[in-house]
Unconditional design. Structure first.
Length: 390
């Protein structure tokens, strides 16, 4: 229009020229004709790092088999020296740190790392891109002078000195190998592994933005686990670059303690109390103990359904085997005591003249009293040893 305005007012979403020429052709990324939608080139002869950061928004679920369903945000920041950015600072803005979004149409022309990253340990078919995603240019260096031969001048920012910034939310299921020997007092280490393949181009690589490039913004105590620690690292491998983040968490064992340990102990204790029924009342003693055993047998499938599957022996298996064996032993002791009461042995009759035996009226009663002492002593000893094994 022949009217000059401050170059910083070009493409600032305010029409300053009568013919609106200051707000025309305002795409902020210039893509050269020879640009290929492939990984960017080297930076000063060395690998062009893509600085990566992960924010875990939510643990949707943690399957007992070791599948973590997580909603997270992945952020990547890198430079592409092949590109030039236009008019990304407005009037009055100085220095770096200013951002402008790149349009969806222009994003389709660019090589973007998150479009090429592979989630290596994700469950197949369970990597879902969420709706929140954007790509921005972040000012890191001052603009170059406009070219005098251009009819419409632009503030130009070179791609090797200014960052591209990409953010995308994902809902991903990661596979984790649980070590459940100490269940439900176990601590688990799980990871998410992102890989950017080389694809015959050794120019770009993922790298943790900082030592604390992974964080969790939710409550640390989940339904069954407590998040203890997050960490990450990055490395170069034969077929690409890898960014790994690690989640250390311990199981909150209240449900298992209530559903397994307390129930089995209470059932054992009720069965043990049958030893205090009159030793001559075999039917009530035996039926009481047998009922306790049948209740435990009926509860066993429910109890074992709480335990994560594993092919190896677990401490919880030892607990179950002990109390099942203990209850069976009490049932057998009732039978043995009843036999002693009703059928005194010939040995007892022949030795009745000995002074220390003369005070014993019934060997069955003696055996019953010994059982009252023996079973709790064995059980307390076992529980003590079990606690030390955890």
């Amino acid at each position: 229009s022949g009217h000059c305005i401050n170059i910083y007012r070009r493409c600032d979403d305010v029409k300053d020229c009568e013919d609106d020429s200051d707000e025309k052709d305002c795409e902020i990324v210039y893509v050269p004709d020879n640009y290929k939608k492939e990984p960017t080139t080297l930076m000063n002869g060395s690998i062009n790092y893509i600085y990566t950061k992960v924010t875990i928004l939510k643990f949707n679920s943690i399957d007992k088999s070791g599948v973590l369903d997580i909603t997270l945000t992945i952020q990547m920041r890198w430079r592409d020296p092949r590109l030039t950015y236009l008019n990304i600072m407005d009037e009055g803005q100085t220095g770096g740190g200013y951002e402008k979004d790149i349009s969806i149409e222009k994003q389709d022309e660019l090589w973007l790392p998150l479009d090429n990253v592979v989630q290596r340990n994700a469950v197949i078919g369970d990597v879902l891109k969420e709706t929140i995603t954007f790509v921005r240019v972040i000012v890191g260096d001052n603009a170059t002078s406009p070219l005098p031969e251009n009819a419409i001048e632009d503030l130009r920012f070179f791609g090797d000195k200014n960052d591209l910034y990409m953010v995308r939310d994902y809902k991903i299921k990661y596979g984790c190998e649980f070590e459940v020997y100490n269940y439900p007092f176990d601590t688990q280490f799980c990871s998410g592994i992102m890989m950017l393949p080389w694809k015959n181009n050794y120019t770009v690589a993922l790298k943790a933005e900082t030592e604390n490039a992974v964080k969790y913004v939710g409550l640390p105590v989940l339904k069954e686990f407590k998040i203890l620690e997050l960490s990450c690292n990055s490395s170069l491998v034969a077929d690409g670059s890898v960014f790994k983040f690690y989640i250390r968490m311990e199981r909150v064992g209240f449900n298992a303690i209530n559903g397994i340990f307390i129930q089995t102990f209470v059932l054992w204790f009720l069965v043990y109390l049958t030893l205090f029924i009159d030793a001559h009342d075999f039917n009530n003693r035996f039926m009481g103990a047998l009922t306790g055993f049948l209740v435990l047998a009926a509860l066993t499938p429910t109890i074992m359904a709480m335990v994560p599957p594993a092919s190896y022996f677990k401490l919880i298996d030892l607990w179950s085997m002990f109390f099942i064996g203990n209850i069976v032993s009490i049932i057998l002791s009732h039978i043995a005591i009843d036999v002693l009461i009703k059928r005194p042995s010939a040995i007892t009759q022949k030795s009745s003249k000995l002074c220390w035996e003369s005070s014993i009226k019934n060997w069955g009663s003696v055996a019953n009293n010994l059982a009252k002492i023996l079973f709790p002593v064995v059980t307390v000893s076992f529980v003590s040893i079990y606690i030390n094994l955890i």
